[in-house]
Design a protein around this ligand. Structure first.
Ligand code: SF4
Length: 236
């Protein structure tokens, strides 16, 4: 990685090819581009190693790597990939070449419609809504960001306990018309080793009538990479 100030440089933690473990890309071989730096400090963060911004790459270098990887889909993750101007530039440039899923913590503004109108078909958001147990719930910007979502985007709820789930249901209820109208996909997952998947299944089953009645698309997901490899293994 180079470290000059001449071109627009993006703080990058790692770039690797692997299987996508969650969301609508689950099971696809994708390139992960993990940007460095985050505006939050979630209690259960499993990527604290990405906080430090000490390696930089140009946008061109990153695009070249993904082209060589020959993966049509890129998962742009972090850290927070929309926190910082050059990272935001990277997201738009990647979407000119690839199908890009931006895993954002939802505590930063999404792009305004005008900014991404030329690439919106290949630029998708996966908002990781910050539940109460993350300790970052108050930083969430869903009230503003939800207007900018469409049917190719997802809101992910990582549930660590019943209090989290109750909080999530309130948020969904507040936005239910918008979620239904825009056909936004809702994803539910477990904070790893805090709540068992079968418990979450039961919680979802109990609310199924509500979701169906309100025409809300929802799914549970498991982070399959944590079952394939050691849960703490990096770069997989
Ligand atoms: S937003 Fe993501 S990277 Fe940032 S602290 Fe929370 S879990 Fe970690």
């Amino acid at each position: 990685m180079q470290n000059t100030q001449k071109t627009k440089l993006v703080p990058i933690n790692e770039i690797f090819v692997s299987i996508s473990g969650e969301g609508s890309t689950t099971g696809e071989i994708v390139t992960f581009v993990r940007t460095a730096g985050c505006n939050l400090r979630c209690s259960y963060c499993d990527t604290t190693y990405s906080f430090k911004e000490d390696d930089f790459m140009s946008i061109e270098e990153i695009i070249d790597i993904v082209k060589k990887n020959n993966t049509p889909t890129v998962v742009l993750t972090g850290g927070e990939p929309l926190f910082g101007e050059t990272k935001r530039d990277l997201a738009i440039e990647l979407a000119k070449h690839f199908n890009v899923y931006i895993e954002t913590n939802g505590a930063v503004p999404l792009f305004k419609e005008k900014e991404v109108e030329k690439v919106r078909k290949t630029l998708h958001y996966v908002i990781d809504y910050k539940t109460i147990s993350s300790g970052m719930n108050k930083r969430d910007l869903l009230d503003e960001n939800i207007e900018l979502l469409n049917e190719t985007d997802e809101i992910k709820f990582v549930v660590g306990n019943h209090e989290d789930y109750e909080g999530v249901l309130k948020v969904i209820d507040k936005h239910k018309e918008m979620i239904s109208k825009k056909k936004i996909n809702l994803l539910f997952g477990c904070v790893f080793e805090e709540i068992q998947p079968d418990e979450l299944v039961e919680m979802l089953k109990e609310k199924n009538d509500y979701f169906v009645k309100n025409n809300i698309k929802y799914k549970m997901y498991l982070q399959i990479h944590k079952f394939i490899w050691d849960p703490n293994k990096r770069g997989v």
